[in-house]
Ligand binder design. Structure first.
Ligand code: GLC
Length: 717
């Protein structure tokens, strides 16, 4: 439809019909197949209102979507199609690695391709909007939803946000694409104590410099919707936060898309203590700039009254409704309310070999090798191995937001390894009596060359409402490792996890450890290929692995403090004793952001700069040569960090400003060039102005955020 036709349709709408477009109901109001993805709240609304509501979440599947849409339109006076939304976060039926694992791939093209595949499978299943990408910056592995984020770095999250929006939406929501909804706006990942839905409170400076940029990147990439978060931002719940939704999002960032709440997050404003009932929250939400209320009834119950009482402006309602109608029009729903839903195509596309190939490639590039003593990996087929652990025959590699992923379609590690080791024994070691299970595992491992441990977290240990205060492995797994250690045999740990873990009790006992995450449908195959050297690990952590939970929050781009343990410049006499440190653990994390090993080794030359100083409008080039000095062809993520040495606010000791993931054959060298310009040096000042300062900077290029082996100074004049 043309905008004029939309306008003409709009003028026919009654107030009740307008308000209906601003309400999204859970799928079970329209379909028994509707997935419940939040607390079930009976809303106490009439059948008539149900059929005036403009969108639903949780229904998917071509046949069911078409049935619901047909029934809905038959009851719709103005034939405005229902909008179908769903949580296709890291795959629809072909499940990709959890986003935290994708972040560890540092492969933006692959992430974009993964999102494209997810969109293609979602589109034929009748989904119009996906609630992704989730771009919340995360620094606390106790929080269960770190699995859904690409990690702790703002720049890396911005890059992935753009890649995923492009993958989901394509150029203009063409066939095979869906509208994306970036979430959760804003700073949901900073929940105090890592406890889901807990208070978020930080300076405006921290918000702007670290937590907000990835949402902005998604908006600049053209994302069609944004979802407000459950938490408060500066004391006001994001869902009713005028500064966030009107001043920042609309006036400063010029976002023209649709703002949708999280599941009942509008109604929950009563619990936050800013409203005494749903009528109050309806007023707060609409006036703050919330367009669609998800799964709670305050808009449909009270907005009409609030208009009559002059508490909300009809003009604001009209603006919100026009945004929703525009979204439906951009999706082509007025021409074809069934859009891409197609039963035949669905069966062909879902879980297709082509899609599995993308999932396999993504899984391979997401695995992170943290330890490989005496190059025990890759394994030779001649070795006599045993597979031991509770994850050996598990199929739950598909993570917490696995939509229609079917774990029965997910091979186990045992199944993936048997072709290489036909005589391999497998011992799950999980029996009612753990000691018996452990003793059995030890007995069966006595005559093997290598022990492969399949350990880690259940997928139900991470995800929404799945925070954990203890991020070590289970007691049984730790006792199993200690018992097997007595055999003095080489041990390789495969850790399946949804978060950074405290690896105490594992890392010191094993010869090799690979972080495998919940790496999706093709996880086991990717792990087996990597163990056998048919794939060479190239992943780099996108979130710090702490020494222990006591260190949290611990992240690479921290401020230096006045008494840093490292690089302390004693401007006045302080004793070594009075520095920022613990008495009982190191400051350094177990494994830092950007860390990951390969089967090969890479040598980095010194950095050269085209110029040591430049001014605004100019740029300089940092160059160096990287050489594959090992015995395997492989990929390396070459990382560029910059430190602003003197600024108007305290700045991080370094910040990621660029990276290149390169492939090098054995013995091959590549000269890499990084352009440095003034825009990269900008930051938010205390007065919220965004600009760079002339002055001195230090540039680092290396294989991890803790690689300070080569650095060079430059100045902005
Ligand atoms: C959930 C999640 C959000 C999801 C929404 C719809 O509570 O917070 O990420 O998209 O509800 O399922």
């Amino acid at each position: 439809m043309t905008q004029a036709e939309i306008k003409a349709l709009f003028t026919q709408m009654t107030l009740a019909e307008k308000i209906g477009q601003l309400t999204q109901l859970p799928g079970h109001f329209y379909s028994n197949d509707g997935e419940i993805t939040g607390p079930i709240a009976e809303l106490g609304i009439s059948e008539e209102i149900v059929h005036q509501c403009g969108s639903t979440l949780g229904i998917s599947g071509a046949a069911e979507v078409m049935r619901v849409q047909k029934e809905y339109l038959a009851k719709s006076r103005l034939k405005i199609p229902l909008l179908f939304m769903a949580d296709v976060v890291h795959g629809y039926r072909t499940i990709f690695p959890i986003p935290l694992a994708m972040g560890a791939s540092w492969n933006l093209e692959l992430a974009q391709e993964s999102a494209r595949v997810a969109a293609a499978e979602a589109d034929v299943a009748g989904v119009h909007v996906t609630f992704a990408p989730m771009v919340d910056l995360v620094r606390d592995p106790r929080w269960g939803r770190v699995m859904e984020s690409t990690g702790e770095d703002s720049y890396l999250n911005e890059m992935f946000a753009q890649a995923m929006v492009r993958g989901f939406q394509g150029e203009h929501l063409e066939s095979g694409r869906v509208a994306a909804c970036v979430k959760h706006f804003a700073a949901y990942g900073a929940a105090e104590a890592g406890r889901d839905y807990n208070t978020v409170d930080m300076s405006r400076l921290m918000l702007r410099n670290q937590y907000l940029p990835a949402y902005k990147a998604a908006i600049d990439a053209g994302v069609k919707l944004i979802m407000t978060s459950f938490n408060t931002v500066e004391g006001v719940p994001a869902t009713v936060n005028r500064w966030l939704l009107r001043d920042l999002l609309r006036k400063e960032w010029h976002f023209e898309g649709t703002v949708i709440s999280d599941y009942t997050s509008l109604a929950e404003v009563v619990n936050h203590g800013l409203a005494s009932d749903l009528k109050d929250v309806a007023e707060l939400g609409l006036n703050a700039g919330l367009d669609i209320e998800m799964s709670s009834p305050s808009y449909v119950k009270y907005l009409a009254q609030l208009v009559d009482a002059g508490k909300v402006r009809l003009a604001d309602i009209d603006e919100a409704v026009m945004r929703v109608l525009t979204l439906k029009n951009e999706l082509g729903l007025f021409e074809n309310p069934y859009r891409g839903a197609n039963v035949e195509l669905e069966s062909k596309l879902h879980f297709s070999a082509e899609h599995q190939a993308v999932a396999l490639a993504q899984a391979e590039e997401s695995l992170v090798l943290l330890k490989n003593e005496s190059n025990i990996l890759p394994l030779s087929k001649e070795k006599k191995v045993i597979l031991i652990g509770p994850k050996a025959t598990a199929r739950d590699h598909i993570g917490a937001w696995c939509w229609k992923g079917d774990k029965r379609e997910t091979p186990t590690i045992e199944e993936a390894l048997l072709p290489y080791f036909p005589n391999m024994k497998t011992v799950e070691a999980t029996t009612m009596d753990e000691d018996i299970g452990i003793a059995d595992a030890v007995a069966q491992a006595k005559d093997v060359d290598v022990i492969i441990l399949a350990i880690g977290e259940k997928r139900s240990f991470s995800g929404e409402a799945r925070s954990k205060a203890d991020i070590t492995l289970t007691d049984m797994q730790l006792r199993l490792i200690t018992a097997l250690k007595q055999l003095n045999k080489p041990m390789i740990a495969l850790v399946m996890n949804g978060r950074p873990l405290d690896l105490h009790g594992v890392i010191e006992h094993v010869d090799a450890l690979m972080v495998c995450w919940h790496a999706g449908t093709q996880a086991a195959k990717a792990i087996a290929k990597t163990l056998m050297g048919m794939s060479v690990p190239s992943g780099k952590l996108s979130m710090t692995f702490p020494h222990s939970v006591g260190q949290i929050p611990v992240y690479y781009n921290a401020l230096n403090t006045g008494r840093p343990l490292k690089n302390f410049a004693p401007v006045v006499g302080y004793s070594e004793d009075y520095l920022s440190k613990y008495l009982d653990i190191p400051n350094a994390p177990r494994y830092p952001f950007g860390f990951g090993l390969s089967y090969t080794t890479f040598a980095y030359s010194d950095i050269t700069l085209s110029k040591a100083a430049f001014s605004k409008g100019e740029s300089i080039t940092a160059s160096l040569t990287v050489t594959n000095t090992g015995n395997f062809a492989g990929k390396e993520v070459v990382q560029l960090y910059i430190r602003d040495c003197v600024a108007s606010v305290s700045r991080p000791v370094k910040e990621l400003k660029g990276f290149q993931k390169i492939f090098l054959a054995v013995g091959e060298s590549k000269e890499l060039h990084f352009t440095i310009n003034e825009e990269m040096l900008r930051y938010y000042h205390a007065d919220e102005s965004f600009s760079s300062d002339a002055g001195d900077f230090t540039l680092f290029i290396g294989t991890s955020s803790d690689d300070d082996a080569r650095k060079i100074d430059f100045s902005l004049v």
